[in-house]
Write a protein that binds this ligand. Structure first.
Ligand code: HEC
Ligand code: HEC
Length: 474
């Protein structure tokens, strides 16, 4: 009696985690890669808690959830320097391996009716239906669950020096919860209870949970400690970039990061500009979040001790400064835009994209992470006042009378470097050049609003706006 009371008080003191589950704005492909825009925009659930931590490195898990009329989507990005898994038999003891879990109670009034999904790093799953109505065997066969892990289907996974992280992406059909849920699909504002877990493995095996357990409680099967989730019938975007969040992120950034980076995202004495027209290495929310949370190995960039929520705000702030095209909600059909790029627009004749194309113009593979939407639009429709460095078109005649047309890559007192339209690089000493004419128009055509129809231009811009290299895609 007494211990039960202590238990309840401790729980209340801890407080349960909470999370809004937003609607996935488009299809999610279950391939163990979290490269859909929907995942980029879904907020992380927040730090996991190490309930019975003793020693070692606390390796975090970034979990995200989304939903649509059919499925609940769950992803876990597990930071892990020692990844191992050996259980391959369905319903085997996967929690000995590096393993993630979700336990969920669709009816908050009956939190002890819950369903479990446990998945190890090589993709073996164990399920239980722990409800008062279940009369079947101890194991349970949910219908239609799709999932993929980073090491999916391997006969085993041994620890390796390359280990860094692993991912599980799952789509769980909502109809599996029809007996306990108030509504299937859920309605806006419906609340469920659930917990997300991470455990197992050999080296540095540590148990952690999203919603904290009370001190001394060592079982994940503690539904009273489950967190609260609320279904939101709209995509996450609005929330991630709310003005208040960005403003709080700005304050946090200017307070915590400017001993190295500059005020307001500019370059500082010891850190690069975070918002400038340069090639960002990190473009998605998750990449930025991870760099700030864990630091960048081998550089001065340290791991930040700030809580996950504050880091999320700083990420929103950095993205708002960049306002790059990849962050914009852009109308148009990107798949049709690709056809314009390769076909009528003839863009690939001059531009490299994903390793294929011409060299006269800049490589566009990451352009959406470097440029704003407006910049892209203007690049296609407005002649530039100044030709960017490295792209000055010239016509020259050599002493022997050879004519070359191309762009000037480099120019020094005694030599120049010219890239011709066939992609050949010419290195010429000044005294080999008889005549040189600098053209006053960039080779980049700026009349695509006339060459293309309005829908073609819109689709092309939609396509360009999705060209960003994220860590995940590499
Ligand atoms: C001790 C100096 C230092 C501090 C403090 C610091 N940074 Fe950095 N940061 C760096 C350096 C150096 C780099 C470049 C690392 C590299 O070469 O990849 C960097 C890189 C980054 C990047 C990656 C940029 C990109 O596009 O790839 C982000 C994002 C970042 N820092 C954010 C932050 C934030 C937010 C804070 C405060 C919470 C912070 N940094 C605090 C030194 C620092
Ligand atoms: C005849 C060669 C040529 C063709 C065709 C061409 N471009 Fe360009 N483009 C260039 C050159 C050269 C530059 C760099 C100079 C400049 O910005 O004016 C450039 C610059 C750009 C930029 C600015 C990149 C940045 O980050 O500054 C974008 C965007 C772009 N092109 C997109 C396109 C698209 C999309 C198409 C097809 C519809 C296309 N280009 C067709 C030569 C070409």
């Amino acid at each position: 009696m007494k211990s039960a009371l202590v238990f309840v008080t401790a729980l209340a003191a801890f407080g349960q985690a909470s999370y809004d589950i937003y609607r996935a704005p488009g299809p999610i492909v279950i391939d163990g890669k979290l490269d859909e825009a929907a995942w980029r925009q879904a907020p992380g659930a927040g730090d996991f808690h190490f309930n019975w931590f003793q020693a070692g490195v606390k390796e975090q898990t970034v979990a995200r959830m989304l939903w649509d009329d059919e499925n609940l989507y769950v992803s876990w990005h597990a930071h892990d320097r020692h990844i191992s898994a050996y259980v391959t038999q369905r319903h085997g003891p996967v929690s000995k391996d590096d393993c993630v879990e979700i336990f969920l109670s669709p009816n908050p009034g009956k939190v002890r009716n819950y369903y479990t999904f446990e998945i190890n790093a090589i993709g073996t799953m164990l399920n239980r239906c722990r409800t008062d109505w279940w009369t079947g065997p101890p194991t349970w066969e949910p219908e239609g669950v799709q999932y993929r892990t980073t090491f999916h289907g391997l006969p085993k996974k041994d620890e390796s020096p390359q280990d860094d992280h692993w991912i599980v992406e799952a789509a769980i059909p909502l109809k599996n919860f029809a007996r306990d849920a108030g509504h299937i699909p859920p309605r806006d504002g419906d609340r469920w209870r659930l917990n997300l877990q991470r455990l197992g493995g050999r080296t540095n095996a540590q148990a952690s949970t999203w919603s904290p357990l009370a001190e001394g409680v060592r079982s994940f099967h503690t539904p009273e400690a489950f967190g609260w989730v609320q279904f939101r019938n709209r995509p996450a975007q609005g929330l991630v970039r709310s003005a208040a969040m960005v403003e709080q992120g700005r304050e946090l950034y200017n307070r915590s990061c400017t001993m190295c980076h500059g005020q307001n995202g500019t370059a500082g004495d010891r850190g690069p500009a975070l918002a400038a027209r340069r090639r960002y290495l990190r473009t998605s929310d998750r990449d930025l979040f991870d760099a700030i949370k864990s630091g960048i190995g081998g550089t001065l960039m340290p791991a930040s001790p700030l809580p996950a929520e504050d880091i999320g705000k700083i990420v929103a702030y950095i993205r708002s400064l960049r306002a790059t095209a990849i962050d914009a909600a852009v109308a148009g059909n990107a798949a049709r835009g690709r056809q314009v790029f390769d076909g009528k627009g003839r863009c690939r004749e001059c531009h490299m994209l994903q390793g294929r194309g011409g060299l006269i113009g800049p490589d566009l593979s990451n352009v959406a992470a470097e440029r704003s939407f407006r910049f892209l639009e203007e690049a296609l429709t407005k002649p530039k006042q100044n030709i960017p460095q490295g792209y000055q078109p010239v016509r020259l005649v050599t002493r022997e009378g050879r004519r070359i047309r191309g762009v000037l890559k480099n120019e020094h007192n005694f030599s120049l470097q010219l890239l011709d339209s066939e992609g050949r690089l010419h290195l010429l000493a000044r005294d080999e050049v008889r005549e040189i004419e600098y053209e006053n128009q960039s080779l980049m055509p700026a009349d695509y609003d006339k060459v293309l129809t309005a829908p073609e231009l819109r689709d092309l811009l939609a396509f360009l706006s999705r060209q960003a290299r994220s860590q995940e895609a590499r």
